[in-house]
Design a protein around this ligand. Structure first.
Ligand code: KMH
Ligand code: ZN
Length: 309
């Protein structure tokens, strides 16, 4: 698979607020349309959050997830990867409910707690709805909570459902958390790691940071013990990390969840814009998008028939 790259598209997320960009998909129809277009552009994994349709507020509503997942399953063969990260203020039980309910092929599993600072965005001159400014400001005193108990709980739900965790690694310490969870028998290699850099409160997009985290993972678990992907948050970090991930033989994640800019002074009009740029970047390194079937084989997934949506 050296010449192939698994491109994950993170469609809407739980970090940004609609005032930041009109391109952020909010309704079920918008999220589904964006997921289909992202897959057509070359993404083989679609990472999914949902939002309250009337306001755009991130929620963990199972009815919204059911509509998004079932409609996407009808319209694309891409791997559908709902979040257990959710958004601010959600309990781990609310976040994890998607696993037993939908038994997805894959879901995210965040490997540690950290500050998740979005509050600087509230200082921008944007037309915020009241909840948006409050949501952003609230992150000044917000910890994205993923205790050892939380991760153990979510990992147990996934083991029960045959759901492969995509383990989100935001800082090198999260790799040592993972080592402890292996010792406790909570998780076992082979892992699917997602290095997420650029969140204010965790590690930042710097080449030596990714390389240090990658080499640490190799030292702790062995070179062949995991697949990995790189997700840069913000611009130009998203594409700087994508370039580095491509050079180092990894997979990559792009999407409006993590980054709203296509170029320095141009916002992305859609997730497909970002996927198209990632595909073009991959071509410069002689790598082309993996198909959903190739992604499933590489990631060790159970197939879309064995899901409950
Ligand atoms: N928006 C990313 C920084 C998850 O969904 O579980 C966090 C994320 C985690 O994607
Ligand atoms: Zn997410």
């Amino acid at each position: 698979m050296d010449d192939k790259v698994i491109i994950t598209c993170a469609i809407t997320g739980g970090m940004t607020v609609p005032a930041q960009s009109a391109a952020i998909p909010v309704t079920v129809d918008q999220i589904v349309a964006e997921g289909v277009r992202a897959a057509e552009a070359g993404a083989s994994v679609i990472h999914i959050h949902v939002r309250e349709e009337s306001t755009g507020r991130p929620v963990a509503d199972l009815e919204l997830f059911e509509r998004v997942l079932s409609q996407l399953k009808e319209r694309t063969d891409a791997v559908l990867q709902p979040t257990t990260g959710g958004g601010q203020g959600m309990t781990v039980v609310e976040r994890g409910a998607i696993v037993p309910r939908f038994r997805p092929e894959m879901a995210t599993l965040n490997a540690g707690s950290f500050n998740f600072g979005l509050y600087p965005i509230a200082e921008r001159d944007l037309d915020f709805q009241p909840w948006e400014r409050e949501y952003l400001e609230g992150t000044r005193d917000y910890i994205f909570k993923n205790t050892f108990a939380d991760v153990t709980y979510l990992a147990g739900l996934m083991a029960e459902a045959g759901t492969r965790p995509e383990i989100e690694i935001y800082d090198v310490g999260h790799l040592f958390n993972l080592r402890q969870l292996v010792k406790e028998g909570v998780l076992a290699p082979p892992f699917n790691l997602q290095f997420v850099l650029g969140v204010l409160g965790a590690n930042m997009v710097e080449p030596d940071q990714l390389i240090h985290m990658l080499r640490t993972a190799e030292r702790l678990f062995g070179v062949g013990a995991f697949t990995w992907s790189a997700a840069g948050v913000g611009y130009p970090g998203e594409f700087q990390l994508a370039a580095l991930g491509l050079m180092l033989g990894g997979n990559i994640r792009v999407g409006l969840e993590d980054n709203l800019r296509l170029r320095r002074r141009e916002q992305a009009g859609s997730n497909a814009d970002l996927v198209e740029k990632a595909v073009a970047l991959a071509a410069l390194f002689d790598r082309e998008p993996a198909t959903p079937a190739e992604a499933r084989a590489c990631l060790g997934l159970k197939g879309s028939d064995d899901t409950d949506f």
